[in-house]
Design a binder for this molecule. Structure first.
Ligand SMILES: [Fe+2]
Length: 479
């Protein structure tokens, strides 16, 4: 492979690599944006679902509180009925509890490490502080989830509502819901098996979900849970990234395969191109050799006719000039050249005494000279030329009006190549010396073909020939 071809392949490979990297860049960029969008959508859906469920519990509380405030004598039976109703409607609510001022003070608040609700307040300052704050602000408060029982799948969220009667704190209504069950239900519903999900409480402690480092494509948001907030983090599981990397690896392999195939194809094309170039050179060489051979035969044919040296060469030049002026294709010009160079080769078989006889010829001598057409044809037909070359040699003394020889054919029976050769032949002959006369000159030659324009000679060919001499400055060399 040449250095030039190597350069082309190298350039193509670099270009292909550039296109591939561009593709990878846009794919990764697009894929990254898509994944981040998916993660964001998933996180927002979770936000919404959690808030809706927690607010449902808050609504339950508000409803109880309202009933309690307008009906301070809300009896236990009515409370129990309402509580059962809400628990039935909201299956995640484990129970609803009313605690009056007295019971609130002795047992209410959670102990993460205890499986009973109702640990004493005694000696638990942080709980007392939380209660005081709730009472003071008259707000609903939510405990961070904690384990209610010795069970990993039960995670309680306690929401409390302080009750007042004439501005005097009168206890709490408490709703306890299974947050673990709630989250599992939401996540199952959203089919988030491809994601890691973490819920972190306001003390930045993981209380639910995936305990690991989140990297890339992470959705992080604070969810307001009553007077608390949780931080939600959603990220993709590694297998999704792995599938992306796997895709890129597969694509890279495919790319390398395609580049490899392209290079192989390119090398083959270049080799073919080199072969074609060599063949083209060989063809040109062959044509040159053929032309040299034809020229040699042409000269041999003229050996006996000392007065017509180079006649065929000059006729060939003029025929080709006429053909080009008429706009003929290269192949026809080539045929004109070969046919013209050989049209009189048969004169070799005519005795030189007759060919070079200075005086007037007898009829017999003229008939013998006419045989050169058959002899020329016999020589040329042995060469594997296109048929037109054989025909133009055989027809070069025929005339349009049928007055020519050897067959006396006329009109369209005479092919264009023969008509051109006929005009070029007579013009060159008249401008050359002959044993029986001096050269007549180009004017006499043109006058001759114009005189027989459209009768013996093709009108268009005559016009083109005259134009060549009169307007284009064409000349026939005297040698
Ligand atoms: Fe001739």
């Amino acid at each position: 492979m040449s250095a030039k071809h190597f350069k082309i392949i190298a350039l193509q490979s670099v270009f292909a690599l550039f296109v591939f990297l561009l593709f990878v860049y846009f794919f990764v960029k697009y894929d990254s944006e898509q994944l981040q969008n998916q993660v964001n959508n998933m996180g927002q859906t979770l936000d919404f679902a959690i808030e809706v469920d927690v607010n449902t519990s808050k609504g339950v509380l508000a409803s109880f509180a309202y009933n309690y405030e307008i009906d301070p004598d809300l009896d236990v039976a009515k409370f129990e009925t309402l509580a059962k109703h809400y628990i039935k409607v909201n299956p995640e609510i484990i129970y609803v509890q009313r605690k009056d001022k007295e019971t609130t003070t002795v047992m209410v608040y959670p102990d993460t490490y205890s499986y009973t609700l109702g640990a004493t307040l005694m000696g638990r300052p942080e709980v007392e502080e939380a209660v005081r704050k709730a009472i003071k602000d008259k707000i609903v408060t939510a405990n961070a989830p904690y384990v209610l029982k010795d069970s990993e799948d039960l995670l309680g969220l306690v929401i409390r509502y302080p009750l007042y009667k004439e501005e005097i704190f009168n206890g709490f209504i408490v709703v306890v819901m299974n947050i673990d069950n709630l989250l599992n239900n939401i996540i199952d519903a959203e089919m988030m098996t491809d994601y890691n999900i973490s819920l972190i409480d306001d003390n930045e402690k993981l209380f639910w979900g995936y305990d690991g480092q989140h990297k890339g494509h992470v959705y992080i948001n604070n969810i307001a849970i009553l007077d608390n907030f949780w931080t939600i983090q959603v990220s993709m599981k590694d297998n999704m990234m792995a599938s992306t990397i796997g895709f890129l690896t597969g694509t890279s392999f495919l790319f390398l395969l395609i580049v490899g195939l392209l290079v192989v194809m390119q090398i083959r094309l270049m080799k073919k191109d080199q072969n074609n170039q060599q063949l083209a050179i060989s063809k040109e060489e062959l044509e040159n050799r053929l032309l040299q051979s034809v020229n040699a035969i042409s000269k041999i044919g003229e050996l006996r006719d000392v007065y017509t040296a180079s006649h065929q060469k000059k006729v060939a030049d003029l025929s080709c000039a006429i053909g080009r002026e008429m706009g003929l294709k290269d192949e026809k010009i080539r045929n004109l050249s070969f046919g013209s160079l050989l049209h009189d080769v048969g004169k070799f078989f005519v005795p030189s005494e007759i060919l070079n006889k200075p005086g007037k010829m007898t009829d017999l001598e003229y008939q013998i000279i006419q045989t050169h057409v058959d002899e020329s044809y016999n020589v040329v037909k042995e060469i594997d030329f296109p048929k037109e070359i054989h025909t133009m040699v055989y027809q070069h003394h025929e005339r349009l009006d049928g007055s020519g020889y050897p067959l006396g054919i006329s009109g369209d029976e005479i092919i264009l190549e023969s008509r051109i050769l006929a005009v070029a032949d007579v013009v060159e002959a008249m401008t050359s010396h002959r044993p029986y006369r001096a050269a007549l000159g180009i004017d006499a030659a043109l006058k001759e073909i114009l005189f027989y324009r459209g009768t013996k000679y093709d009108a268009e060919v005559v016009d083109v020939c005259v134009k060549l001499f009169k307007e284009d400055g064409y000349t026939i060399s005297s040698s």
